[in-house]
Design a protein around this ligand. Sequence first.
Ligand SMILES: NC(=O)c1ccc[n+]([C@@H]2O[C@H](COP(=O)([O-])OP(=O)(O)OC[C@H]3O[C@@H](n4cnc5c(N)ncnc54)[C@H](OP(=O)(O)O)[C@@H]3O)[C@@H](O)[C@H]2O)c1
Length: 247
Amino acid sequence: MKIVVIGGTGLIGSRVVKQLREQGHEAIAASPSSGVNTVTGEGVAAVLKGAAVVVDVTNAPSWEDAAVMAFFKASTSNLLAGEAAAGVKHHVALSVVGTDRLLESGYFRAKIAQENLIKSSSVPYSIVRATQFFEFVKGIADLSTTDNKIRLPAALIQPMAADDVAAAVARVAAGPPVNGIVEVGGPEQFGLDDLVRRFVAARHDPREVISDPQAPYYGIKVSERALVPEASAALGKERFDEWLAHH
Ligand SMILES: NC(=O)c1ccc[n+]([C@@H]2O[C@H](COP(=O)([O-])OP(=O)(O)OC[C@H]3O[C@@H](n4cnc5c(N)ncnc54)[C@H](OP(=O)(O)O)[C@@H]3O)[C@@H](O)[C@H]2O)c1
């Protein structure tokens, strides 16, 4: 199958392209660096010609409220219009577990807008909601740091390796559209504070992690289970300690 991966140069996209090619598919990595810009529409019609499936693993360059909303609305609308015109049979998008519970954040309001555009389009679809990537834990630590101290609540998180996220996206892309949401998560749950404590210890990072029930996660208050998937979620294989040991 010809499968176009929009955002195919990114953290997840590059891994999805590699895995789909290993499975024998014609996977095309598309992004602004290869002349395909889903916000302006440049190059979209040409790259979609003959595609059976489109995987959208783009991310916005700015996460400022208005900018991220404008990005996901324009990118998703242009892409879905191009897919309808090209006769694409399956649109697969990567979203985040708990998106509907995190709407105090402008980023998640933009992800819900993306999901809603997909649900109301004529193109059959699958939305893969993944938990936070292990690769994202450093970003959580940095954003929660003030005066060399990291403050985080003990809310639960079930993170996963980017390779496992990509495997789930590739598996869904190679199958039939579910016209719904598929959840994927990591093999273990941690408190957010404990996860970041393990990360800084493994990196010999001198920052102290302080457990603080009032501390925000990425600027918003999260409830205890807001970030964890349903029990039915497919689980990635790689454990955080294994990942820490070889990254
Ligand atoms: N971070 C997490 O823990 C997490 C958890 C679950 C789900 N997600 C979701 O995972 C998705 C992918 O994240 P990621 O970390 O893999 O992203 P990433 O590494 O930042 O890659 C973003 C990709 O989007 C492309 N892109 C940017 N602007 C574009 C445009 N105008 N037109 C076409 N392509 C464009 C980039 O292309 P260039 O390289 O050419 O700039 C790049 O290939 C996001 O939608 C995010 O919401 C993230």
